[in-house]
Design a protein. Structure first.
Length: 245
């Protein structure tokens, strides 16, 4: 741009710094909220609330750390604007699924798959883990009844294996031999009631993942990658222009 307009880089930067962002003030009456946080380095992230029906961004907060208190603040700000929150889709972090009453909350099935993958790795070594990983990867392909049936069948089939314990020779204490497998299984059992909420409210058309927002995060970061070296304030202005809320 400096070559095109025959001026210095600093002149271009000063002009860009003076640009005023036009924020969106026209919001839908009813929304299905997808909410998540992405980071641009340690201690600098943005928490975003998006409507899955219209694709509108509803609210954002710059954060150092992702907390349930900040998610609650965002939801309150959306309500203040007179918007009716029909449902929420989130990643299932601890405490988030029970954050509000009387609003259906769907846990992102993709995040659940990621949780199981972290425990079992991409190439699990036991047959039990291979079966559980395969079952989990079918989350989006089956309904709740079939998934729960298969999970219970898996549990029955591998119950003895799950309960195997190893004894420490020095202390005489025991611990579960397959701790990571148990953690993956317990995660599925604990989150099951939130993994298929979208089935119970079909008329609302609740998404079963946060992918629509995750895709926006990826798009934003690709754009920012073309402008490496931006200081924090200019990066914030760039992000403001992207979301316009």
């Amino acid at each position: 741009m400096s070559k095109k307009y025959h001026c210095s880089n600093k002149t271009i930067q000063r002009i860009v710094d003076k640009v005023t962002i036009q924020y969106n003030k026209d919001f839908p009456d009813k929304v299905n909220i997808i909410m998540d946080t992405t980071y641009f380095g340690r201690g600098f992230g943005v928490m975003v609330f998006k409507d899955s029906i219209t694709g509108s961004f509803l609210y954002k907060i710059y954060v150092k750390n992702e907390t349930n208190k900040l998610y609650l603040k965002g939801l309150e700000q959306i309500r203040i604007r007179g918007i009716n929150i029909q449902s929420i889709v989130c990643d299932g972090r601890k405490g988030l699924l029970t954050l509000v009453d009387n609003i259906p909350i769907q846990m992102c099935q993709f995040h659940q798959i990621q949780i199981v993958n972290r425990y079992l790795t991409k190439k699990p070594k036991t047959y039990a883990a291979v079966e559980l990983r395969t079952l989990t990867h079918n989350l989006s392909k089956v309904d709740k009844l079939d998934f729960e049936k298969e999970l219970n069948a898996w549990e029955t089939r591998w119950k003895s294996f799950l309960n195997e314990r190893t004894f420490h020779e020095d202390t005489g204490k025991s611990f579960y031999t397959h701790k990571r497998l148990r953690s993956a299984w317990l995660s599925l059992k604990r989150n099951l009631k939130w993994l298929f909420v979208f089935e119970d409210y079909k008329v609302l058309k609740i998404p079963n993942t946060t992918n629509a927002l995750d895709g926006e995060f990826a798009h934003l970061k690709n754009k920012l990658r073309n402008h490496n070296g931006l200081n924090k304030q200019r990066k914030i202005k760039f992000i403001d222009g992207f979301f316009k809320v």
